[in-house]
Design a protein around this ligand. Structure first.
Ligand code: TMP
Length: 263
């Protein structure tokens, strides 16, 4: 598989073309941003950890019947993925109220929701990814009713699976954001909806069950310190990083060495 030109560079990832028109390479950067790019830093080792964590989660979801864009991890920072036409929508699932939900609607922080709450945001940086309704999606043709009905079902199934994966390692899944696209299934030669992007501490809120310590990007957003240690703890508990591995984040910008178990 040959790596070709850069097709797209986002805040945390870069997409490169390959010599197969249906496949691209997703590269995980160490860049962290929050509040739509207002706050930026390099968190050394974040890309490597997110690549590993997201690979692990996508593979697990795949084994449970969820269709994803992931073909395989290529190296420390890159994955080979199916090229997909991405819906311009962020799908957010909330199990416990925090973040923008508490700010927007005055719901008390930490309220356990009686059932998972699904939200949709329009992916548009200039507009700061505004919250939208299903009607907006249909009116502006961002996805069809049939596609959203199917995506909602997959999303709730993913929530159930992720709740289990994280609960099993002593972590509460508070909320998360996922994205979908349409990609070619080479076996059936038909296009289908697939989970794309990543699932990692960048895109989930993950709290330790006992202490409620945050193990996700809120450590960066809220200046809580020890950002990489939070991500490292998630990887360690998932069993994809050996106990003795030490990532010392002395300061953003300093070199960090990470060792992983061989596959
Ligand atoms: P929020 O409470 O800030 O709306 O975030 C909800 C969830 O979505 C949380 O797990 C963080 C994630 N998220 C992203 O992955 N990317 C984003 O741009 C935003 C705003 C949130």
């Amino acid at each position: 598989m040959n790596k070709g030109n850069k097709i797209y560079e986002g805040k945390a990832k870069i997409i490169y073309e390959t010599n197969d028109k249906n496949l691209v390479i997703q590269h995980f950067k160490d860049d962290a941003t929050a509040f739509n790019n207002l706050k930026k830093a390099k968190v050394e080792g974040k890309g490597v950890l997110n690549n590993r964590i997201s690979e692990y989660i996508f593979n697990n979801l795949g084994e449970c019947g969820i269709k994803t864009h992931l073909i395989k991890r290529l190296n420390m920072r890159e994955q080979l993925i199916k090229k997909a036409e991405i819906f311009p929508i962020e799908f957010i699932v909330r199990n416990i109220a925090t973040g923008s939900l508490t700010k927007r609607l005055g719901i008390s922080e930490g309220t356990v929701l009686s059932k998972p709450l699904l939200e949709y945001c329009y992916k548009k940086d200039e507009l700061e990814d505004p919250l939208i309704s299903r009607e907006h999606i249909y009116s502006f043709g961002w996805a069809t009713i049939k596609q959203i009905e199917s995506i909602d079902k997959i999303t709730l199934r993913i929530n159930d699976l992720l709740l289990g994966i994280f609960r099993g390692i002593g972590i509460k899944l508070i909320d998360f954001k996922i994205e979908y696209g349409i990609a070619l299934n080479k076996d059936t030669n038909e296009k289908e909806i697939v989970l794309v992007d990543e699932i990692s501490p960048d895109t989930c809120r993950l709290w330790d069950v006992k202490t409620e310590k945050k193990l996700d990007k809120d450590r960066f957003r809220k200046d809580l310190g020890n950002v990489i240690q939070g991500y490292q703890e998630v990887a360690r508990r998932l069993g994809i990083m050996p106990e003795e591995t030490n990532i010392s984040e002395v300061n953003f910008g300093k070199t960090t060495s990470i060792k992983f178990k061989k596959k």
